[in-house]
Design a protein around this ligand. Structure first.
Ligand code: PXP
Length: 248
């Protein structure tokens, strides 16, 4: 039997819609509470350097309001480290950030700055956060994540999802095989394995079926789907698809 699969709901894009008008609505914290009631096992929020969606106040309110754990996504900067140490969220997920990108396009290159990242995550771990590294399914990056003392790796599923959406099934299957192999490698190195980026009802089943993967973080698709069926039913359907894929 595989371990149960947790669903982390990313509420960034509720804040994107709010910020399009500059007011207070829709409130991402309300969405997070609804997600919690609908069966989310955790909430993920990315406080970007440019604050394009989630704000500092959102993080403060999420920390107060949530019963489920907050997975705080951030770049490895001094400013973000100070914010994380102030709030002490359950988990901190380090992601690469470039201002010009529309979303988090690639994984973190741990190998390029291994010593700095080792020093960077030490106080976060001491503060009790589970530290996760958002990386490509790459053996070198996984080994580096283990060496610097991260407890978790989140494998980037973006390329797999893009190939799926574009109907490039050869590329999709190659990406999936790589993710499957590297999920096994990461677990063998003692890392907890998460996955996410770009997942939909259609692309999630083979990822949810990987026995080493214990958490999926899903945002953009669910917030979009909420327009059509409501947020709680959209999340409930994702839970159902994930659970069915895990069982089969
Ligand atoms: N995991 C990480 C580390 C991310 O940066 C993101 C996007 O912010 C997600 C998961 C969720 O991706 P999506 O919004 O495409 O579902």
């Amino acid at each position: 039997m595989s371990d149960p699969l947790r669903l982390g709901v990313n509420i960034d894009h509720v804040a994107t819609v709010r910020n399009a008008r500059g007011g207070a609505l829709p409130d991402p914290v309300r969405a997070a509470k609804l997600a919690e009631e609908a069966g989310a096992d955790g909430i993920t929020a990315h406080l970007r350097e440019d604050r394009r969606h989630i704000s500092d106040d959102d993080i403060e309110r999420l920390m107060d309001a949530l019963r489920v754990p907050l997975n705080f996504e951030m770049a490895a900067t001094d400013e973000m480290q100070a914010i994380a140490l102030r709030h002490r969220p359950h988990a901190v997920c380090l992601v690469p950030e470039r201002r010009e990108e529309r979303t988090t396009e690639g994984g973190l290159d741990i190998l390029r700055e291994e010593d700095r990242l080792a020093r960077f995550i030490a106080p976060l771990r001491e503060a009790g956060a589970r530290v996760s590294m958002f990386i490509a399914a790459d053996r070198g990056q996984i080994d580096a994540a283990a060496r610097i003392g991260a407890q978790v790796v989140e494998l980037h599923t973006g390329a797999y999802c893009d190939a799926h959406a574009e109907g490039h099934f050869g590329d999709r299957d190659a990406e999936l095989a790589r993710i499957a192999e590297m999920a096994g490698h990461a677990a063998a190195r003692g890392l907890e394995v998460h996955a996410g980026h770009g997942l939909t009802y259609e692309s999630v089943p083979p990822i949810a079926a990987l026995p080493q993967v214990v958490e999926l973080n899903i945002g953009h698709f669910l917030i979009g789907e909420a327009i059509f069926r409501g947020l709680a039913p959209a999340i409930a359907e994702m839970r159902r698809v994930m659970d069915d894929s895990r069982r089969n």
